[in-house]
Design a protein around this ligand. Structure first.
Ligand SMILES: [Zn+2]
Ligand SMILES: [Zn+2]
Ligand SMILES: [Zn+2]
Length: 359
């Protein structure tokens, strides 16, 4: 085992959201988590009873769009059969004592990512993935244009039962809400504060560090090397326009973030040709994860600038990104009770293992 991968037990502070900090504890005796059993992936191309499969279009809730519009569809957007939010105002807001309730107003839609039932992201063509990223973009734009009250359109995906997917057919989801989710709000306002103090986007700085930073930290009295940080140690994949990075304070063992290399606050501003590069970086990153974990079950979340005038001044300080969070273990009471994430694999070692996959 290389020197840097000796057992680690330390709390790593997330530089953007300190409240999302992580206990990295790699010694076996320190593992408070139960490993999630790898679920056998449903690789079937077509399932007669699946409402998301080709030919079963009449079994889904109403269709919002299909791509392409004519001929055999590749991607479909449909309403969610069990929406967590509704687009009708059913009850007024409520305040009693210290309790407060806001009407669950919003939209909840399903995107059938591909007409093939069990296809994984890394098995899709780059052209298809780029099209999917384009569909996310145009639907987000439409929802914001349709309804001024919507402040955030969250695009996310659950893949595999450990990630909460209730349908085996590959799909992602859109939730549009009149409030900005707290974690995104924290990212936006904390990075704005950082920009006020440092005149730099903190996300750009993190990318620069990943690409250029090198350090050796010595023990003050013995002079022994405590830690070595090598150039590119946290880089998992790099394209012309996008980079995939393993966060220093990774909450999940195999968590990887994808960001545009050049500063950009809003996913809606990403040019069509850049989506090709995003698709390539995403596909290669997912192939690496799949090779190392084997049948990755994961969530991903698209974090971008929220909608509304109050966020106009965050254009220079916020930087959109995609967070990929594979689920390889079940959170325990320690994590749920403390709010501290526990990661049992050294992020530096995880990054190296992902990088060394031959694609
Ligand atoms: Zn299906
Ligand atoms: Zn930036
Ligand atoms: Zn984020």
């Amino acid at each position: 085992m290389p020197e840097s991968y000796k057992p680690v037990r330390e709390i790593r502070i997330n530089p953007i959201i300190p409240a999302e900090s992580v206990l990295v504890a790699t010694a076996r005796s320190m593992r408070p988590r139960k490993a999630e059993d790898p679920a056998p992936r449903d690789t079937r191309k077509h399932v007669d009873t699946c409402p998301f499969c080709l030919g079963n279009e009449d079994k889904t809730p109403p269709e919002i769009r299909r791509v392409p519009a004519q001929g055999e569809w590749e991607i479909r957007i449909v309403e969610n059969l069990y929406p967590v939010l509704g687009n009708d105002r059913s009850q007024p807001g409520l305040v009693f004592g210290l309790q407060q309730a806001i009407d669950g107003y919003g939209r909840h839609e399903v995107i059938v990512d591909h007409h093939q039932h069990g296809i994984a992201i890394h098995e899709m063509s780059s052209a298809h993935l780029a099209k999917l990223f384009g569909v996310y973009q145009s639907r987000m734009r439409e929802l914001y244009d349709m309804d001024e009250r919507l402040k955030y359109v969250l695009v996310f995906k659950n893949f595999g039962p450990a990630a909460g997917a209730s349908m085996a057919h590959t799909h992602s989801q859109i939730i549009a809400t009149p409030v900005v989710p707290q974690n995104i709000h924290d990212e936006v306002t904390n990075s704005r504060d950082y920009f006020k103090r440092n005149h730099h986007c903190i996300f750009c700085s993190l990318i620069d560090e990943a690409l250029t930073f090198e350090a050796t930290i010595y023990d003050r009295s013995s002079g022994q090397i405590l830690r070595k940080i090598n150039v590119g140690q946290y880089v998992v994949e790099r394209g012309k326009k996008f980079i995939a990075i393993k966060p220093f304070a990774s909450r999940y063992e195999w968590e990887v973030h994808i960001l545009p290399l050049d500063h950009q606050s809003n996913y809606l501003d990403t040019a069509g040709e850049d989506l090709d590069d995003l698709a390539m970086v995403m596909q290669r990153t997912m192939a690496r994860l799949d090779a190392v974990i084997g049948g990755a079950q994961y969530n991903f979340f698209l974090h971008t600038l929220p909608h509304g005038e109050e966020f106009d001044n965050c254009d220079k300080s916020y930087h959109w990104h995609l967070e990929i969070c594979p689920r390889t273990s079940i959170p325990t009471g320690f994590e749920l009770g403390s709010g501290l994430f526990v990661n049992t694999i050294n992020p530096e070692e995880a990054a190296e293992r992902l990088r060394s996959v031959q694609l």
